[in-house]
Design a protein around this ligand. Sequence first.
Ligand SMILES: *[C@@H]1O[C@H](CO)[C@@H](O)[C@H](O)[C@H]1NC(C)=O
Ligand SMILES: *[C@@H]1O[C@H](CO)[C@@H](O)[C@H](O)[C@H]1NC(C)=O
Ligand SMILES: *[C@@H]1O[C@H](CO)[C@@H](O)[C@H](O)[C@H]1NC(C)=O
Length: 378
Amino acid sequence: MWNPAQFIISLLVSTKVETPIGVCDAITKIAPKVFILNMFDREADVWYNIPEFNLLSRNISISGFSPRYPDAHCTEDGSVCQLITGEGEINAAITMSTLVHSSIFDLSRTYFLISGISGINPKRGTTGTVTLARFAVQVALQHEIDSREIPSWFSTGYFPLGSRSPDQFPASVYGTEVFELNNDLRLLAYKLAQNVVLHDTPAAQAYRIQYPIEDPAARPPSVALCDTATADVFWTGNMLAETVENITALLTDGEAMYCTSQQEDNATLEALLRGSLSGRVDFSRIIIMRTGSNFDRPFPGRSVAEHFFSNQGGFEMALKNTYIAGVKIVQGILEGWEEEFYEGVEATNYIGDILGSLGGHLKVMHRRTAESASSLFE
Ligand SMILES: *[C@@H]1O[C@H](CO)[C@@H](O)[C@H](O)[C@H]1NC(C)=O
Ligand SMILES: *[C@@H]1O[C@H](CO)[C@@H](O)[C@H](O)[C@H]1NC(C)=O
Ligand SMILES: *[C@@H]1O[C@H](CO)[C@@H](O)[C@H](O)[C@H]1NC(C)=O
């Protein structure tokens, strides 16, 4: 039966949906409460066809996004959006910079949830473990001598920029080496996610029980608070893991606990930091959630190559767990929007980069500044 009123309503609705975004934009920008950031398609897939919300209601192409992932996706009301940056630091930086400076979105009150998989430190977690980071440390922004040619007093081929040995603080800082995020927001996210029942599989169990029984690696996955390391190189093995642990500690005066490895987060954070400096985003509204997909080093007695090329059973499980834990965080932000999240969660710790660009000082820089000031009077 033809109902003229219904027809006009459906015409209005479909016009609204199909109007080119540039025209909509003149009227209102999309102001997401949460923006989910994935790095490749499989990380995004777990957020589609879910009961909580439909991210495929609106597809928004933005020139400057990765040619492989040209669209941002949003719910009909625009309260939750999602994009895929592409993998590696270059893709992450460019996609995020494009997003931050796009006129389609108002991101000034948006919470960013990095939702991705990672390598996991067996001393901090296991495959499927969901981690929430306070620090992101860019660990490969260093000099390198191949390990077969290193001087006898070097413990690794990597040494900080402008330094003369691996244990010296970099003399030259580029600005993206360390980011510290809002720890109060992180603890709220932890509360929202900590009681979920995470996915676990027999294949992951079979692999992880080969790690020493006292290590978190050997136990079932859980939600954990620990930090992340960014490098374009997808490294593996005991020596590089120790190198990464050492540089993470060195760059943060031991404050950061190296836990997960990935290839994007410092780049994403640098784009958000610059967006924050221009008032387009709020750097205190960023959550890094990374779930363990593979161990960063073998269990004792296993060669690195055997380990790296074997199936550890963690990949599908890590993907699923980003959704299982992440959706609780998204729903918590939506449900608590009026009371808690609209105004923002005040950070009681330093937030920003290693340079203090947003004001204040990262602890390690505070100490070094104080030391160099006092040395002027010696
Ligand atoms: C958005 O794109 C996805 C594929 O990426 C498609 O399945 C979906 O139908 C699209 N939504 C709209 C509203 O066109
Ligand atoms: C890490 O630091 C410790 C303590 O300084 C040192 O003994 C070890 O050799 C370092 N490891 C690597 C791989 O650089
Ligand atoms: C990476 O980001 C983290 C967190 O923002 C920051 O602490 C770290 O210094 C960054 N590392 C590099 C090398 O940029």
